[in-house]
Design a protein. Sequence first.
Length: 226
Amino acid sequence: MKQLTLDLHADSPPLLENFVAAANADLLAALYEAVPVADVPQHLFLWGDAGSGRSHLLKSVVTAAAQAGRPACYLQAADVAATLPEAPGLLLAVDDVEALGPDAQIALFRAFNAARGQKMTLVTSGAAAPLQLALREDLRTRIGQCLIFEVKALTDDDRHAILQAQAATRGLRLEPELVHYLLRHGRRDLTSLLRTLDALDAASLERKRAVTLPLLREVLQRDPTL
């Protein structure tokens, strides 16, 4: 549970270091291994439900590569046209590949073909496993040859532990009934949970009140986005 004690404020930039690994420890280790340039690049494909953390991980590995001095680029599928960046040693991350248009699919297929000679690493993501992606067959085959990971969602026990750990860093005491209420009535993705915790902390300081269930209800009613 070491990962649960890291700096996870809602406004923290996406980094490998602040991704809560939980059941994704092998995936996180593979992303760290993808950061340096390799003679034979190992491409990765990540899939999972919306809110599972795929975009966080792609942005994080690009940041890590750039910090290590490696050229790196993150693109959402909607921003991919008929060409993709190419450079020696480039780490290229393309998010939501199922949304790629026809020309963009050809561009990504060509990037896979060029990757070995350029020592490029491709890290891609999608909403489903490769066999279920509605893509060109040649591109789907290339993606299927990647190291494939399902990004597994946090369990309620994981969420509970994260909230308790983050509350402790803020000097807050969260009673179990309060956490259970939040998981039943609030948004369940980690970013929203942390935003709610930030709002609860601010409301507690502003009103000089302890963190209680009535205060949490007020915070949730005041901000419908939580």
